[in-house]
Design a protein around this ligand. Structure first.
Ligand code: NAD
Length: 427
């Protein structure tokens, strides 16, 4: 892991070639030769590694990894690798982070790495009785869980709490046992699923019911990560911009149609950071959306306010079950290189960075929507993709993209016409 201290303010990164950028970041964080060599070598997982990670593998899909700059998280300068195919995600985080520096950057907190595994009990005539019987066996349940994973115990994890809920369902009441487990630096899915399967038969014995599903919950609301940022009014364009952002937030918080898109923006940053580190994007996404609906209505994941000094304050709290052990984090060489760039030593530290990225991304999206509108910046970045779709190659790509933006027509048909014109002139 790299432990160098540095400033995340890197000017001109976006104008460099890929090789120059990699060198700049490698020098900045003190990246190992192996990681540099891997990233230079297209950073895709080849052959055997990919084959081990999934099934029926015939190839790999290379997703660009970009570097988000300008971030200060908990007082520390950070550069953060983001894996995304969507243009403007990385640039948005860089801009948001730059505008937040005057307010001291983003502060974070976490609730601790507690995961929940569920054991479903059905066909119980006396659910209240069953619930109490299960609760009476807390110590035995703890022992069964802890025996499953001595390695986890060695690293300070293991069983922590027992909860038993009775839920109403279309087929009558069900008794749902929650095993609450500290999974340390692991995401913990496999760890807690094993425990749930081990405890299941005992619950059936004690209650006379039928144990059915035994699986973790991705609504990891005991493993929350929180980010808070203050954007000074003078750094964001004044009170009118701040009020525009607040109006945009209130819209999202009140209307699920808007909340879905607002939260998609949050997840643009979060998923990119989660993917870059080889963590499970689906686990994080399902947890985040479920948490956004915890009041019974799907709402904004973030909250925005004006403070007493007129500054804009944003907060984001989400379940953040990311790990440094297990899954692809240790296997995928690009994920390993990204973790090395981050220099994180605990899953808790990674969770804080990821949620901070989500908040920055959300700020950037709200600001653009509340001011110039999303298409201006988005389409100018997207214009290169459109140029490529129209068949532009090499230097033609920049030339065609520039014309599309200048003509305010970022469309494939126009790109084809511009390309034909360009080639006719040349030839
Ligand atoms: P894992 O089982 O590969 O690794 C976790 C294990 O590593 C722990 O149980 C422990 O024995 C060991 N370990 C070593 N050092 C540790 C440390 N410092 N802290 C904690 N544990 C340490 O992985 P996992 O995290 O249990 O599971 C993650 C994988 O499960 C992901 O690939 C995910 O995609 C997958 N998964 C997800 C779901 C879901 O989200 N619904 C379901 C099933 C599987």
């Amino acid at each position: 892991m790299t432990t160098k201290t540095y400033s995340s303010r890197i000017t001109g990164l976006h104008t460099m070639t890929v090789a120059e950028r990699l060198k700049t970041v490698a020098d900045l964080v003190g990246l190992s030769d192996a990681a540099v060599a891997h990233l230079t070598d297209t950073a895709t997982v080849v052959g055997e590694v990919a084959d081990r990670m999934s099934e029926n593998v015939i190839g790999t899909l290379g997703i660009p990894v970009g570097i988000a700059t300008n971030l200060i998280i908990d007082g520390k300068e950070r550069v953060v690798p983001l894996a995304t195919e969507e243009s403007s995600v990385v640039a948005a985080v860089c801009n948001a982070a730059k505008q937040c520096r005057g307010g001291g950057g983003i502060s974070t907190s976490t609730s601790g790495p507690l995961m929940i595994a569920q054991v479903q009990l059905i066909n119980v005539s006396d659910p209240e009785n069953a619930r109490f019987k299960i609760l009476e066996h807390r110590e035995e349940i703890k022992a069964i869980c802890d025996e499953c994973d001595p390695v986890l115990l060695k690293f300070g994890g293991g069983f922590r709490e027992l909860e038993v809920r009775i839920i109403d369902s279309a087929q009558g009441p069900m008794v749902i046992t929650h095993l609450i487990v500290n999974t340390g630096d692991a995401m913990g899915a496999n760890a807690v699923n094993t425990m749930a399967e081990a405890v299941g038969p005992r619950i059936a014995e004690w209650t006379g019911g039928q144990v059915f599903l035994r699986i973790l919950s991705n609504l990891a609301d005991r493993r929350l990560a929180r980010a808070r940022g203050v954007w000074r009014a003078e750094d964001i364009g004044g009170p009118a911009v701040r009020d525009g952002i607040l109006a945009a937030f209130h819209f999202a918080d009140a209307d699920p149609y808007r909340a879905a898109t607002h939260n998609k923006g949050v997840m643009n940053g979060i998923t990119a950071a989660v993917l870059a580190t080889g963590n499970d994007t689906r686990a994080i996404e399902s947890g985040a959306h479920a948490y956004a609906a915890r009041t019974g209505r799907y709402r904004s994941m973030s909250k925005w306010e004006a403070d007493a000094d007129g500054n804009l304050v944003g907060v984001l709290e989400l379940p953040m079950a990311v790990g440094l052990i297990g899954g692809a984090t240790k296997i995928h060489p690009t994920a390993r290189a990204c973790l090395e760039i981050l220099g994180v030593e605990t899953a808790d530290e990674l969770a804080r960075i990821v949620v901070a990225i989500g908040l920055a991304q959300n700020y950037a999206a709200l600001k653009v929507l509340a001011t110039t509108g999303v298409q201006k910046g988005h389409m100018s970045l997207h214009s290169k993709n459109i140029a490529i779709m129209a068949g532009a190659e090499g230097a033609e790509i920049e030339a065609v993209a520039a014309r599309l933006v200048a003509d305010s027509k970022v469309r494939v048909d126009h790109a084809e016409a511009v390309l034909a014109e360009l080639r006719a002139k040349k030839g």
